[in-house]
Design a protein around this ligand. Sequence first.
Ligand SMILES: C[S@@+](CC[C@H](N)C(=O)[O-])C[C@H]1O[C@@H](n2cnc3c(N)ncnc32)[C@H](O)[C@@H]1O
Length: 271
Amino acid sequence: MKPETEQEYLLGVNQQELERLQFQHRVWKSVTDNFFDRLNVQRGWNCLDVGGGPGFVAMDLRERVGEKGSVTMLEPSQYYFEWFQRRVEEQQWTNVHAIQGTAETAQLPKEQFDLIFVRWVLSFVPDPELFILSLKKALKSGGRLAIQDYYYEGLSLYPPGAFNTVADIMRAYYRSKGGDAYIAGMIPSLFRKNNIRLLELTPHCLAGGPDSDITEWAGQFFTMHLPIMAEKGVLAREQCDAILADWREHRNSPDMLFISPIVVDIAGVKS
Ligand SMILES: C[S@@+](CC[C@H](N)C(=O)[O-])C[C@H]1O[C@@H](n2cnc3c(N)ncnc32)[C@H](O)[C@@H]1O
């Protein structure tokens, strides 16, 4: 199967999705920052952010590596790639670079990076082993491959209702384009098979009430993407309406609780 391109990418590429990614970055930022702390990202490191979208993580990494380090952002979609390039030019960052392409096909420099970071990308790709092997070549010996992605369990509202069928629908949606919403479960075996030593595997689940950022994060995603999924025939229109009605009802209750799907930090080292 061919790698994802801008046209095929499951969640689409447009300004509304860019703004959703920006808010998502803010909501999950502490999880990613804590991962970078544990990875001990150092000043002077060369880092690659793969499938960086508009590049919010790449911008954070730049602050960590300082002027003597460098950050490269790899992204297939022209829209996000150009948006990021404009930020780099405006800020006159000379140690931040962008490459347009996919992990599987881009001409990446060999044995260049101390850290390669991949957040919410691998679950969309049809051949995760090819993806990981392509990135391994770009890692220095002793360099770290760090991935944050789903083990898509846990997503739910309390008290339970129609919304709690959504995890199944999401897993089917990922599968419909050759992806895997359980990808975090497969990564340790892919590391072992390809001589990447597992350093850590840490699951996260965020939860909150009706006014929390994590509930707003879910609201933005599902009110935007469920109608698109219904249009694509992934679920029936009536099911979509029932789920969104359940969502709105919960949102108006001070006692509701939203539980996120599990996101796992997985890090390995190239020996
Ligand atoms: C959900 S977004 C995540 C963006 C960013 N990593 C973040 O955490 O904010 C997924 C991104 O992966 C990119 N992508 C999809 N397939 C890819 C591939 N094979 N190689 C590199 N990037 C890919 C998409 O274009 C999209 O920008």
